[in-house]
Design a protein around this ligand. Structure first.
Ligand code: OXD
Ligand code: MN
Length: 588
């Protein structure tokens, strides 16, 4: 039975049901009884596997199709009326053409299946910053994941009332056909359509599709920002908590940084890190003239491989109950899960991510897919911030950008001002590693870590960043970090993980005028004595190395930036062009 009288919602569902032709429609009310029944049903069909309920209470395992294990950027489209509004970094198709194409794929796609109606909220229900969505899906896996990642149920429909102001999302697994897989955003219609995938990033429509692509477009029109950023609070020994938001490309350690455990030296003095979010931040100017950030999500969709007691004990602890694992190893001896990098004790009697028998002691092939995931409730995280449920979020003192650069970028530097900070974000880049196919060390430009997630022309997006700066009376300071500098043999020079705390401390001190800096061509750099090294194993000489800026490398960098900027033609903000010229001048 429908859970709302909202005619905009009911008419749209009728239309989608007429096209997809499900056998039945089930509204997700968010109750435990309904979710229990869905879990039981999904277990009975093999869609999910119940894990050892003593060791991993409330936990389940799911395997996707082998061809369906990651986001598909080449099949992700921004369909707005004018191609130039999608910009040079997005795939575009005319909306009417795309609707017609999708209609062919959706027609009858839910025959013999159930359509689930998921009312969900990005942000705390009722918060002035929350936005609502409805996802229609034929996948119980999607329902169960959405329940962890967002706030789902009747309360959302009550908060929406009669308003037509919600994001429409239609997902159908169809045949999981990679040739006909489409992840499509229609920003001008508040609509998302996803077909032929069952993988998280493509089908949990609240996440990348809504909270980044659609929301970035809404933010431009409404005067706020949706960013691919973690949010953390840094508590000092005096008990003050100062917040920062940080953007890194996928696979650069955002979840690890968001849940950082400070080194012993810091812990003993009373330093703590609190996690507000690990992937997405919605940023607005508060009445107090500061920039406020809230995490619209309710859970973590984290990469499993490499997560362990040392790299991220908080993430690991988050996955010990009420978690869904996707594409990890199934340990048959005790009905638990395993992944590469969890520990040095792979199970022998196991099933790999493809569903085949797997012996971790003898097999050369990986047991877990490198992009295997855990979907864990945020409240499970031992360091979750007491402001996590704050309807307005937290005030931001620093914005941090970062990428993976072997040589060019120093450990940390600060921009001269907001506009220069936007420039620093716009030139963000990350190098491909040996783990990926293709040449090593190839630079991929990923401005603000939003390349795959910006719902409109990135040139206009940069202008929006510049415009936002004029509206923030107390602007956060903007920084760039690089944890990934290497020596000539390719070894990382900086220990990273918990030791990144040392850099965060300097960043916060800069924000509160508690430490000086050295002015260089690319920005303000720390004085070598101003970063705490006690207990890090790094000496001042190495730190000095990590802070060097090689003008020759930066001149090469300029050429790469220029080529990238040229793609944007007239939409490149003049301010950024000027920042580039000024950097050129400073490098001499
Ligand atoms: C990503 C993710 O790919 O968060 O960025 O899943
Ligand atoms: Mn992400």
């Amino acid at each position: 039975m429908a859970l709302t009288k909202n005619t905009a919602v009911l008419n749209w569902i009728d239309e989608m049901a007429a096209m997809t032709q499900p056998d039945q429609i089930v509204w997700i009310d968010g109750s435990q009884e309904q979710l229990e029944a869905l879990r039981a049903e999904a277990c009975s069909t093999g869609e999910i596997i119940q894990l050892n309920q003593e060791k991993l209470p409330g936990c389940y395992l799911h395997r996707t199709a082998e061809n369906d294990v990651a986001r598909v950027e080449d099949r992700t489209f921004i369909c707005c009326r004018r191609k130039e509004d999608a910009g040079p970094t997005n795939n575009w198709m005319d909306p009417q053409e795309m609707y017609a194409k999708l209609k062919g794929l959706y027609t009858g796609a839910m025959k013999g299946r159930t359509m689930y109606v998921i009312p969900y909220s990005m942000g705390v229900v009722g918060s002035p910053f929350a936005k609502y969505g409805i996802e229609l899906t034929d996948s119980i896996y999607v329902v169960l994941n959405m329940v962890i990642m967002t706030r789902v149920g009747t309360a959302v429909l009550d908060a929406l009332g009669d308003s037509p102001d919600y994001i429409k999302g239609l997902h159908a697994k169809a045949d999981i056909d990679p040739e006909n897989r489409y992840i499509v955003q229609f920003p001008e219609d508040n609509t998302i359509m996803s077909v032929n995938s069952g993988y998280g990033g493509n089908v949990l429509l609240g996440k990348k599709c809504f909270a980044l692509r659609i929301a970035s477009y809404l933010g431009k029109n409404e005067g706020w920002m949706a960013e691919h950023m973690l949010i953390l609070g840094l508590q000092n020994p005096a008990g003050e908590v100062r917040y920062l938001a940080a953007a890194f490309p996928s696979a650069c350690g955002k979840t690890n940084l968001a849940m950082l455990i400070p080194p012993a030296f810091y812990r003993e003095k009373g330093w703590k890190v609190w996690c507000v979010g690990d992937d997405i931040a919605w940023l607005r100017v508060g009445e107090d003239g500061r920039l406020w950030a809230m995490n619209p999500e309710n859970g973590f969709f984290g990469v499993a491989p490499g997560t362990n007691e040392k790299s991220n004990p908080n993430a690991l602890a988050s996955t010990r109950k009420n978690t869904i694992f996707t594409n990890v190893v199934h340990n048959l001896d005790d009905n638990t899960v395993w992944w590469e990098g969890l520990d040095k004790n792979p199970p022998e009697n196991a099933v790999d991510w493809k569903g085949n028998p797997w012996n971790g002691k003898t097999s050369d092939a990986k047991g877990a897919h490198p992009n295997s995931r855990f979907t864990a409730p945020a409240i499970n995280c031992p360091c979750i911030s007491d402001q996590f449920e704050s309807p307005t979020g937290v005030p931001i003192s620093a914005i941090v950008f970062g990428g993976r650069r072997a040589k060019t970028a120093p450990l940390v530097y600060q921009s001269f001002n907001w506009d220069h900070g936007v420039f620093v974000g716009s030139i963000m880049a990350s190098e491909t590693t040996a783990a990926a196919a293709g040449a090593v060390g190839v630079v991929r430009r990923d401005p603000m870590a939003m390349l795959p997630f910006c719902g409109y022309n990135m040139g206009d997006y940069w202008q929006h960043w510049l415009d936002m700066g004029t509206k923030i009376e107390h602007q956060p300071k903007i920084f760039n970090v690089n944890w990934f500098r290497t020596d000539d043999e390719g070894h990382f020079l900086w220990p990273g993980f918990g030791d990144n705390m040392r850099v965060l401390e300097w960043i916060m001190k800069r924000c509160f005028d508690e430490v000086d800096a050295v002015e260089g061509p690319i920005g303000y750099l720390p004085k070598v004595d101003d970063i705490e090294l006690e207990g890090s194993g790094v000496d001042r000489e190495l730190l000095a190395d990590l802070l060097t800026v090689d003008p020759a490398l930066w001149k090469e960098e300029l050429a790469g930036i220029r080529t990238f900027y040229d793609k944007f033609g007239d939409t490149l903000p003049k301010t950024l062009d000027q920042e580039l010229s000024e950097l050129e001048g400073r490098l001499g």
